[in-house]
Design a protein around this ligand. Structure first.
Ligand SMILES: [Zn+2]
Length: 195
C-alpha cells in the first residue's frame, strides 16, 4: 500500500506502520507470559488484544497521527486508513487462534459494541494460506525493490536498503525498467513543507 502513490520515504513509513499499528494491543502478551505462574498473573493479552487497537477509535487516532506527521498529508492519511483496515480484514479472514478462537473484531469500539466481526471461513494464523500470501508478498516486495529502487528496509537503514537494491540489480539486471535514480537524501529533521 505504501507504494500505491508517489510518496516520500517518511510518508511510506507512516503508511506501513499504520498497517501494523492495530497489533500494538498485542504487546500485553509479554507481561502475560512472564507473569503466567506468578501469584498475580496479568491477563493483558487475553483482555486487550483486539479490544484496544482493532477498533474505529484507534483507527481515528492512527489516521489523525498520519495526517499530522506526513509531508503529503491527505494522501498519506488516506493510505494509512486503508492499510489499517486491510489489517483488520486480514485478521478476520485468516487469523484463527491455535485454540480455535476467532478473535472477533469489535470494530465500533469505543463507541459501540454492536459489531463483532468474524467470518465462518476464517483460516488459522499458521494456515497454508498465510504462508502462500507471505510468499507472494515477499516476491512482490523484491520486485518493487528491484524496479523502484527502495524496499521496506529503508525504514531501518537507507544504506542497507541501497545495498539490498544494488544486490538485486546486480543479480537480476537493472537496464530494462528504467527506474529513476534514487532521490537525493533529505537531511534529517524538518524539511520544507513540514510544520
Ligand atoms: Zn491484528
Amino acid at each position: 500500500m505504501a507504494n500505491a502513490a508517489a510518496l516520500e520515504r517518511r510518508d511510506r513509513a507512516i503508511v506501513t506502520l499504520a498497517g501494523v499499528a492495530p497489533d500494538l494491543d498485542g504487546l500485553g502478551a509479554l507481561p502475560e507470559l512472564l507473569t503466567r505462574h506468578s501469584a498475580h498473573p496479568l491477563d493483558w493479552f487475553s483482555r486487550y488484544h483486539h479490544v484496544l487497537g482493532h477498533t474505529l477509535g484507534f483507527e481515528l487516532v492512527v489516521t489523525g497521527a498520519a495526517f499530522l506527521l506526513a509531508t503529503r498529508r491527505w494522501k498519506t492519511a488516506a493510505l494509512a486508513c486503508v492499510t489499517f483496515h486491510l489489517h483488520l480484514l486480514c485478521d478476520v479472514v485468516g487469523a484463527r487462534g491455535p485454540d480455535g478462537d476467532q478473535w472477533p473484531i469489535p470494530y465500533l469500539l469505543p463507541f459501540s459494541r454492536a459489531w463483532q466481526w468474524t467470518w465462518s471461513g476464517q483460516w488459522a494464523l499458521n494456515g497454508w494460506q498465510n504462508f502462500a500470501i507471505t510468499g507472494a508478498a515477499l516476491a512482490g516486495m523484491f520486485y518493487l525493490a528491484w524496479s523502484r529502487g527502495y524496499s521496506p528496509l529503508e525504514m531501518v537503514s537507507p544504506r542497507a536498503d541501497a545495498a539490498f537494491v544494488a544486490a538485486l540489480r546486480e543479480r537480476f539486471g537493472a537496464g530494462k525498467v528504467g527506474a529513476p535514480p534514487r532521490p537525493a537524501r533529505q537531511p534529517a529533521g524538518l524539511k520544507e513543507g513540514d510544520e
